[in-house]
Write a protein that binds this ligand. Structure first.
Ligand code: NAD
Length: 457
């Protein structure tokens, strides 16, 4: 399998792809390893995972270079990602014992009742390329902490990073038969769906997620899906710092080239502040430096995948054909690499794909609304339900609006943000189940109820 650098379009590695028979062998090994790993006391598993984070930190420069070489994100953003993953690991390891240890619910003379969080067994994790450290850590870290073994399939676009993750976990003390990586694309993913794993945890697109859900259903094992988003953001008329808000929300739309599941994907602005907001927003976006991801000060690098260039260009073309105006960007530069200029569209509406379908690229539509009711209606007019953001001076107003949006996350005066103590979850086409928080720590367990008659406290 060839790995291509999206900044140069050169082949940078040629990897040996897994097959149906090698993934089967890996599953057999993981089935043996899981029992031994579960017998390791929780505090020792925690120590191993903490060591894993320390190894990531020690090697951050080298790891950032590998990540940038295969996904094209600016080097600084790669380093931010590794640091962010370490912060998440820190929360997960600090809280593992609190949420995974046996939980006594009743301790009376004659009756004891407790919950034991048993691991699922061998977990299959099919993952995405846009934040391989972050979305990977969300799954394999709590899964390992809970006593599972893991088959991790990184995306074919972030396989080198997947192999680095494996190396670091093994160096930290995770046994060979407790964590295995499967290299390959959709065909290898399909082969994993033919095997009897004890749980499937997927991060990726709605289309693949739906396919996986259908294939896993007859197995009657847990299946959790973290899928795409078309995350809306509303700027109300009572905001004060329009310049600051424009800069912060533009970052929410264009960080990692818009290739985040929680990127701001569409913006609604109250008519009273619309002109000022759009002016500041466009000024901010025009200031972004687009260049090779290893250049100093670069903010926009290449997109990771070539087909996404055509998809983004088609969305812009469709919008313009239906009456949208391009205020900046709107084309791909002539030089090599999968680059597309950061693009701001106005005069958009919900007949346009750019306001309804996930762009996953550097393009944003901004639409004028007359009041909160119209903003809510438009924010809700979407098949996805990952996050929604409201900017207003009033917390009460924000919470009232957010309570009406069917999404897993609501943001007041912030956006494009994930926090380890809070559950990360989607609704509708954005998936279901949660990672992170105590909910995510327990997602890799079966709670077993013990009713103990004759118990002595
Ligand atoms: P994708 O669906 O193309 O691929 C995801 C993974 O599935 C890859 O490892 C791929 O090889 C594998 N795969 C592809 N076809 C398969 C099949 N038929 N059977 C089994 N496995 C298969 O998604 P992607 O391009 O890697 O990721 C981008 C998408 O992921 C976006 O929609 C983004 O919003 C979403 N995402 C969501 C979250 C979240 O937390 N909700 C986080 C990151 C990315």
């Amino acid at each position: 399998m060839k790995v291509i650098n999206p900044a140069t379009e050169e082949v940078i590695a040629d990897l040996h792809e897994d097959s149906a028979s090698t993934v089967h062998q890996k599953l057999t090994a993981l089935q043996h390893g899981q029992k031994k790993w579960h017998a390791v006391p929780l505090n020792e598993r925690v120590a191993v995972i903490q060591k894993f984070a320390a190894i990531l930190k020690e090697n951050i420069d080298a790891l950032s270079k590998v990540l940038t070489s295969e996904v094209g994100k600016p080097l600084q953003q790669s380093a931010n990602e590794v640091n962010g993953a370490c912060a998440r690991i820190s929360w997960l390891t600090n809280n593992a014992e609190k949420y995974l240890a046996d939980e006594w619910m009743t301790r009376e003379d004659g009756l004891g009742e407790k919950i034991v969080y048993e691991p699922l067994g061998v977990v299959c994790n099919i993952s995405a390329w846009n934040y391989p450290y972050l979305v990977g850590v969300n799954v394999f870290v709590p899964a390992l902490l809970a006593g599972n073994s893991v088959l991790y399939k990184p995306s074919e676009h972030s396989s080198l990073t997947g192999l680095e993750i494996e190396k670091a976990l093994k160096k930290a003390g995770v046994p060979d038969d407790v964590f295995q990586v499967a290299i390959g694309g959709g065909e290898v993913g399909k082969a994993l769906l033919e095997l009897p794993f004890d749980g499937y945890f997927f991060t990726g697109s709605y289309k693949t997620g739906q396919y996986i859900y259908e294939k896993v259903a007859p197995k009657m094992v847990p299946c959790q899906l973290e899928l795409g988003g078309k995350d809306p953001l509303y700027v109300a008329d009572d905001v004060v710092d329009i310049k600051g808000i424009a800069a912060g929300t533009a970052d929410g739309a264009f960080y990692n080239n818009g290739q985040s599941c929680c990127s701001v994907e569409r913006i609604y602005v109250h008519e009273k502040v619309y002109d000022a907001y759009v002016h500041e927003f466009v000024k901010e976006v025009k200031g972004y430096k687009m260049a090779r991801p290893d250049e100093e000060g670069v903010y926009i690098g290449p997109l990771t995948r070539k087909p996404q260039l055509e998809f983004v260009a088609a969305q812009v073309k469709d919008a313009v054909a239906k009456g949208a105006k391009i205020l900046t960007g709107g084309k791909a530069p002539e030089h090599r690499g999968y680059y597309y200029e950061p693009t701001v569209l106005v005069d958009v509406n919900h007949e346009m794909s750019v306001m309804k379908e996930e762009s996953f690229g550097p393009v944003i539509g901004i639409m004028k609304v007359k009041d909160d009711a119209e903003a809510i209606k438009l924010m809700q007019d979407c098949d996805y339900g990952l996050t929604a953001a409201v900017y207003t001076a009033s917390q009460e107003r924000a919470e009232k609006i957010l309570s009406k949006i069917n999404s897993g996350t609501g943001y007041w005066n912030c956006c494009d943000r994930v926090s380890a103590p809070l559950p990360w979850s989607g609704r509708k086409h954005s998936g279901f189940g949660a990672t992170l928080s105590h909910v995510g720590l327990r997602a890799f367990t079966h709670p077993k109820a013990y009713h103990l008659r004759g118990f002595k406290p």
